[in-house]
Design a protein around this ligand. Sequence first.
Ligand code: UFG
Length: 323
Amino acid sequence: MILVTGGAGYIGSHVNKQLHLQGYETLIYDNLIYGHRESVKWGMLEIGDLADEKRLEEVFTKYPIDAVMHFAAFAYVGESVREPAKYYKNNICNTIHLLEAMRRHHVNILVFSSSCATYGEPEQLPITEDMPQHPINPYGRTKWMAEQMFEDYKNAYGLQYCCLRYFNAAGADPDGEIGESHLPETHLIPLVLEAAAGIRDHVSIFGTDYPTQDGTCIRDYIHVTDLADAHIRALEYLKSGGQSLCLNLGNEKGCSVAQVIDTVKQVTGREFTVRKAAARPGDPPALVGSAKKAQEVLGWKPEHGDLRMIVEHAWRWQQEKTF
Ligand code: UFG
């Protein structure tokens, strides 16, 4: 059985679906603060917090857990700057609780939800895994520190880990069963889609004089189903004795904010108000990841790399969403 912490959240729920389709039994452990009960359509759900060590122990005692996929974390960059304690407690202290429960129960396999936020402002693109990690906000630092803890646990206790550093997770389940539903929503694609749907009266472009082709920020949007596929591959890689490591998950393709807005207009056929706004502090001009290592090690290749397809799936979810 695979324990999926944060499995009721956006990426965790898509990975849970893939695990189910591949024949794995899953157990979701989620406090439902940001996750949605309705997104747990496969496997079992135990509601609990990683801060609650007794509850975690109960769960590890009750179920035959073979491996862990760890998504549970706070992930609002701006909030992490204002309230770093909240982030260090949840993303670090609670990760230690998880690691300790794993250690007590001899569970050695861990696939971890990391982020390209660990790189900070890269000197070169595309970003490769060996580039320096200089996170520029507490959120990014918690992900980077967690990665380092895993390495120490590997050396001392034999943990086998794979950290997956996502670029910009986007899109929704192509079957329309689950999708992205954050409250509050801060991510570009769902915000633009809400403007297209008339739920918001406008969308703002944060910064229009970046040193990029059209002056707006460039990001590497990667379909959540491609992310899910990489997680299954990472699990199987570790199960077959693969070395612990960190991998980027991106499309190696940058899209600007203006391009995203144009694509949304094309896909939805809707017009909406777009306003220029000040740059968001701490937003690097461009982030694009090299996916070479993930291809070499996991044989992973994104199948839904086209921005139009990402937006189409996200739009379908936006129109039909059930939570
Ligand atoms: N943006 C706008 N207007 C908006 C929202 C976003 O112009 O209303 C811009 C941002 O400035 C950025 C781009 O759209 O250039 C993407 O912004 P998102 O907030 O969707 O994503 P980020 O690249 O800021 O952050 C994402 C994750 C973080 C993670 C980071 C790096 O949300 O959790 O990638 O991994 F830390």
